[in-house]
Design a protein. Sequence first.
Length: 183
Amino acid sequence: MTATKSTKKQDILNTSLRLFYLRGFNNIGVDRIIFESKVAKMTFYSHFKSKNILIKACLAYEIKNIQTSILEKISQESELDYLSQLISIIKWFYENSRKQDYNSFLLYKAQVELDKELYFEASSIYYNWLEDLIHEKLIQLQITQPKTKTNLILTIINGLNTRPSIFDSELLSFIEKSIIIKN
């Protein structure tokens, strides 16, 4: 792929991400994306054969960015300090939900707006990865009932993403202390 083709594809992806975050999937059509991306219709369709393929690409892009960012945050902790690594995962979601421009994740919008098959395809990649990461940290900490506690942490993270206003630093501190309970 040439640099120009790659740039055009990225322009379409960036424009789509911005519009989908702002207006959702159902309120944005291909024509608007083409117009705001400043590409020809043929260029758009040479990169993305349909709106669903574009949506999949946007979700994959977002998931990859989340994964990279979380792993980067974990890497700032000591290699053998699994508790700090686990807490840094939760803090990542907490801090992200506190950003001024936070408008949830496309993945959550997809759950409401898209057909189940398209949503489950993307969400299973994300949730399996996150579940495995959290479960691994709990195993490394030798926490009892790691599967149950993994599900609890995932539920907390979902709450942070869907209703960030109910979480404050006091609740975050309580969650951090609750994780280390081994029984």
